[in-house]
Design a protein around this ligand. Structure first.
Ligand code: AGP
Length: 604
């Protein structure tokens, strides 16, 4: 996700902006830029890649005396990581930085282009500054124009906008993406996406709420709520602990990223989940012409996402789907046919084994697609097409929100392909989309659920192993739960199809074999329940996760009443993520940096 900084004051504005962006590097980015307005003149610099490139470009640029400035680190969601797409984006006399997604940007862009506006970038953000200037011409009052612009755009945003005619004013708006205002005792005003750039500069901070907008000058902060009523700015003392600020108060990045799943899934859906159809701007439907099979290839958690996708693709798109572990596929001398769409899945886009299989598929003349979280990564650059998961940077080695957004993309992609193949009616698609839109609320972590799992975890710190079992799409989720636990607790865990118990594994059943049983109400419940009863009858210790109470379980984690098995999937995903997190914490492990592991396995 992107990072924003802003400043109004008399210090060295350029340095303040650059150091603020440096404090936001932990959020991940692929380009950066600043703009300074001083004496009615804008100076702006942008660079692709790391901040050092921007620092090099601005080394001869000096700012002394009063100025205002905005800065931005970009995590690409619309448009490649290029200088042209880097923020700030300019109109004729204004510029803007933005974190989030403007859902109706395409329609606004068409209207503005019809009015003769020329766009320089591929971004959704650029519509904000052109829409503002259109409104400014009509109202001749900058704040009115800004207010109207905020009403015109839909989606998630944290915005800072500056315009030449108001050389002491920064306009701001917040909806869905974080934005803070910091102050100090020398009358400076700071803006940032999180606490870290403000630490050491500000004594107090206010955390803007969704719908807040307004403007700041050297002497005034004018804050309005979503109904346009002016409101008081409530400041609180700013924490001075940078690492804690980066984790935003969570104990580990992994914990923070589990809590972020709700918001990032909303971002993943934004602009793609229409009323009764799925839209992928980044895809040309011709990619699927002549395709009779989809082969999904990945490693680790991404492989579990691929396996989950295979159930959705065959069930809804009615397309033959196969899955491959990349490290096996690359040496197996596989038969590849050109009617197969080769899909690689990778959070990092750099995993060596997966990258090699992509090269093999391309060499064999197959059409290729990558589902990835990092734009401009090796796989994104190599594949014929790519879909970004928009999870934002994932710092915990154990993948959570990347997996959640991969599943979300695959569910949407199954509906997209179903439409191309005519295998789902419009009503069925609309019903799926209604359910998709409920996912963010179903993955919100409730305090009572988290407390429940924290208490439960004390019982699972030993034992001679864990079975995670599930049927159908809950089998890859069982594999994922087992991997999460292994990765960060170092306890042995295996994921199994629930129906496999009697084919050997049940020999292990005893009170210190812990079974985590995924029992969805809406998918093969009775079948899975009887598998669990086989284990319970042999005295295995059972922890059942379900919306239906299960009296033969030793522990029971109740999920909410879901009307669709995919909502049960996402809720159970959060439960197994939290369970591995809390067990690992009790064992005193480094949750974010588990032993022997790397975030991206770029060697085989
Ligand atoms: C998942 O928690 C692990 N970090 C690991 O299995 C990871 O999913 C795997 O290495 C693949 O990484 P990628 O998604 O970046 O390709």
């Amino acid at each position: 996700m992107c990072g924003i900084v802003g400043y109004i004051g008399t210090k060295n504005t350029k340095e303040i902006l650059l150091s603020g962006l440096k404090e936001l590097e932990y959020r991940g980015y692929d380009s950066a830029g600043i703009a300074v307005l001083q004496n009615g003149i804008f100076s702006s610099y942008k660079a692709v890649g790391k901040l050092i490139n921007l620092e090099m470009k601005t080394k001869d640029f000096k700012t002394e005396g009063f100025a205002l400035g905005i800065g931005h680190t970009r995590w690409a969601t619309h448009g490649k990581p290029t200088e042209l797409n880097a923020h700030p984006h300019f109109g004729e006399n204004s510029c803007v930085v933005h974190n989030g997604i403007i859902e109706n940007y395409a329609e606004l862009k068409r209207e503005l282009q019809t009015d003769g506006v020329t766009f320089l970038s591929q971004t959704d953000t650029e519509v904000i500054v052109h829409q503002f200037e259109k409104n400014q011409k009509e109202s001749n009052n900058s704040f009115e124009a800004f207010t109207k612009t905020i009403k015109d755009i839909h989606g998630a945003y944290a915005i800072l906008l500056a315009t030449k005619g108001e050389s002491e004013t920064l306009f701001f708006a917040k909806q869905g993406s974080p934005l803070l205002i910091g102050i100090n005792d020398v009358n400076e005003k700071y803006f940032a996406s999180s606490d870290t750039p403000l630490i050491g500069q500000c004594s107090d901070v206010t955390y803007l709420e969704d719908g807040d907008y307004g403007y700041v000058t050297p002497t005034k902060i004018a804050l309005f709520d979503k109904n346009g009523a002016e409101k008081e700015t409530k400041f609180v003392a700013l924490s001075q602990n940078k690492l804690l600020a980066q984790k935003e108060g969570y104990r580990f990045f992994m914990e923070k990223e589990i809590y972020e799943q709700s918001r990032v899934i909303s971002d993943t859906l934004m602009g793609r989940a229409g009323k009764d159809e799925i839209l992928f701007d980044e895809l040309d439907s011709s990619l699927f012409d002549g395709i009779n099979e989809i082969k999904l290839c990945a490693c680790g958690t991404s492989y579990h996402a691929a396996m989950s996708a295979s159930y959705l693709f065959e069930r809804y798109a009615k397309v033959k789907t196969s899955i491959e572990v990349a490290s096996e596929f690359r040496y197996r001398k596989p038969i590849m046919t050109k009617d197969t769409l080769f899909v690689v899945i990778s959070q990092s886009g750099e995993t060596a084994d997966t990258l090699e299989t992509l090269k093999m598929a391309k060499a064999a003349g197959l059409k290729t697609l990558v589902i990835c979280n990092v734009d401009n990564s090796s796989m994104v650059r190599l594949a014929d097409a790519s879909i970004l998961t928009r999870a934002g940077i994932e710092k915990g080695v154990a993948s959570t929100k990347a997996f959640a957004t991969q599943i979300t993309v695959f569910w949407m992609l199954s509906l997209y392909i179903a439409k191309l193949r005519g295998s789902l009616s419009q009503e069925e698609t609309a019903s799926h989309i209604d359910t998709l839109r409920k996912v963010p609320s179903h993955v919100k972590v409730s305090d009572e659920m988290h407390e429940r799992i924290k208490r439960l975890s004390k019982r699972y710190l030993h034992g001679h192993g864990f079975f995670f079992i599930g049927r159908d799409i809950f089998y890859p989720l069982a594999l994922e739960g087992a991997l999460k636990l292994k990765e960060i607790s170092y306890l042995h865990a295996e994921g199994y199809p629930a129906g496999e118990m009697k084919h050997g594994p049940i020999a292990l059943a005893d009170p210190t074999l812990f079974t985590i049983a995924l029992l969805p109400k809406h998918l093969l419940y009775e079948k899975a329940k009887s598998n669990v009863e086989e284990l319970s009858a042999r005295d295995s210790t059972i922890c059942a996760i379900s919306q239906i109470p299960f009296d033969k379980a030793d522990d029971f984690v109740e999920i909410s009443a879901c009307e669709h098995y995919m909502l049960e999937f996402f809720e159970m995903m959060v439960v197994v993520q939290l369970l591995s997190l809390e067990i690992s914490i009790r064992l005193g492990n480094d949750v974010d940096m588990p032993r022997n592991l790397a975030k991206s396995v770029t060697v085989e």
